[in-house]
Design a protein around this ligand. Structure first.
Ligand SMILES: *Cc1c(COP(=O)(O)O)cnc(C)c1O
Length: 493
């Protein structure tokens, strides 16, 4: 009897436990040609796993098909636009992947002698030079393994430098629009957070900043373009206010894909910044995989950078550990080498003009979407958008439909949702970052979907409120799932 229609294209794939059939197995071992021993006697009972009740028994082909089908449910950048604002979910050219997998690069060992690692060290040095050229900064470490890790490294550098000057100071100013990692970093670096509100342009209020910065201020942590996708046009003035009182300007450079090739943080007063190579420079991300958050500084912070540092004796690279003021290591070895290789391959494939063109395309795409969507959704701020555009759900909320419901309806139209309800300073934010890798056809299809949903909100809001309709599970109790996660499988009866 057929109990369930099972199409290879549908999401009706059963659990592995449900396709289990007693006695099936996915491996075959040769007959033992040595005496059999009791594992518990040989290893000690504590090291032998007992039988797991209900453990699925399937063949190799069962397992392969099961997981291959499941993998097709994942929305991926290889399937379509991934408009998650702030995350830069862009398509990463396969060639950079190929380069990172070159045999000599993929198999090099971090303990390999310096004399045998000269090529790898040259790659690191080339990447350092390229990133300094792009950012306009003066020294850089490639060690940190993520953006947030780079932030912490950067704030530790600020603290070490201020301590060396005699006083680490007490507070770091963070705008209310900041990415959540910024305030977390401030606390981890041992500072207190002073919140500064954005003005009605979505930018730092200069007069408020002027009042806030004191001899107790260690730094301002600023994202530029900020999290509403707007360039802080008064950035030089902001830097001057901080510097006049001995404070530092930290730039969260996760949005560097809006600046690369056009403007350099080092030229507009930034003292220390991090980059997200896994956002801007071609490493796939989103699954918690390896990342890289290099930290670039001006000369006055160089002595404090993590060690070891690359040094050159004649034509030979070596690692310099003799750095008495260094904050020490922030990561084992020299950073996530494979990610660094991808970044250099990406940068060299583009060259300066190519990077600029990519940035211009990122800005064009965001503003193209903004123009298409503005008649239907409330733009959060009038200032021009950079690489992402942020709308508010205020028009739809008036009909009882929130940004979260619109995002879920978008799934029915075949797109990954945008960033929902962030940044918090925008009511019911829809934060959309198309990135430069999307063509007009994909952008048009995405805009059409969002426009169709805006019309549904007017005509039949229930359709949106109950979405998604096309997935195996529609609405889950998100709060319940977060508070009482069920992590253990119990066989269905
Ligand atoms: C992504 C992001 C971060 C954090 O980077 P991770 O690599 O995820 O730790 C910090 N700030 C901004 C603005 C970001 O977009």
């Amino acid at each position: 009897m057929i109990t369930k229609v099972r199409s290879h294209l549908s999401q009706n794939e059963p659990l592995l436990f449900e396709i289990s059939s007693p006695g099936k197995q996915g491996y075959q071992l040769p007959e033992l040609d040595v005496p059999e021993v009791d594992p518990a006697a040989a290893l000690g009972a504590a090291y032998v796993r007992s039988e797991i009740e209900g453990f699925p028994e399937v063949s190799e082909v069962d397992a392969i098909r099961h997981f291959t089908r499941l993998s097709t449910w994942n929305y991926a950048i290889d399937l379509g636009l991934y408009p998650l604002g702030s995350c830069t979910m862009k398509y990463n050219p396969r060639i950079n992947e190929q380069v990172a997998r070159t045999e000599g690069l993929a198999w090099i060992h971090p303990y390999q002698a310096e004399s045998l690692a000269q090529g790898a060290m040259e790659i690191l040095a080339s990447l350092e030079r390229a990133l300094l050229e792009i950012t306009g900064m003066e020294a850089i470490t490639l060690q940190p393994a993520a953006g947030a890790h780079g932030e912490l490294t950067g704030m530790m550098l600020v603290r070490a430098m201020l301590e060396a000057r005699g006083n680490p100071r007490r507070t770091v100013i963070v705008p209310d629009s900041a990415h959540g990692t910024n305030p977390a970093t401030v606390r981890m670096a041992g500072y207190e957070i002073a919140n500064i509100a954005s003005n009605d342009q979505g930018m730092i209020d200069i007069a408020a900043l002027e009042r806030m910065v004191t001899e107790d201020t260690a730094a301002l942590m600023l994202t530029n373009p900020n999290t509403v996708g707007i360039f802080e046009v008064h950035i030089r003035e902001i830097a001057a206010i901080l510097h006049a009182r001995g404070a530092q300007l930290y730039m969260d450079g996760a949005n560097m894909n809006a600046l690369a090739g056009i403007a350099r943080p080092g030229d507009f007063g930034v003292d220390v910044m991090h980059l997200n190579l896994h956002k801007t420079f071609s490493t796939p991300h989103g699954g918690g995989g390896p990342g890289s958050g290099p930290v670039a500084v001006k000369q006055h912070l160089e002595a404090f950078l993590p060690k070891p540092r690359l040094a050159k004796d004649g034509s030979q690279w070596r690692w310099n550990y003799n750095r008495p003021q260094s904050i020490g290591r922030v990561r084992a070895f020299y950073g996530n080498f494979g990610v660094l290789v991808r970044a250099l391959a990406y940068i060299q494939a583009h060259g300066g003009p190519g990077l600029k063109a990519a940035t211009m395309d990122a800005l064009l795409n965001a503003n193209y979407l903004r123009k298409l969507l503005e008649p239907h959704y409330q733009i959060a701020y009038p200032a021009p958008s950079m690489h992402e555009c942020v709308f508010s759900d205020s028009r739809q909320a008036a009909r009882g439909v929130s940004t979260g419901a619109i995002a879920k309806r978008l799934i029915d139209y075949g797109f990954h949702p945008y960033t929902v309800n962030f940044p918090l300073i925008v009511h019911g934010a829809l934060m959309i970052e198309p990135t430069e890798t999307e063509g007009k056809r994909e952008l048009d299809a995405f805009a059409e979907a969002l426009i169709a949903i805006a019309q549904e909100v007017e005509q039949q809001p229930a359709l949106v409120l109950e979405a998604p309709h096309s997935t195996r599970v529609s609405r889950v109790d998100e709060t319940g799932a977060a508070r009482n996660p069920v992590l253990k499988f119990t066989a269905r009866t």
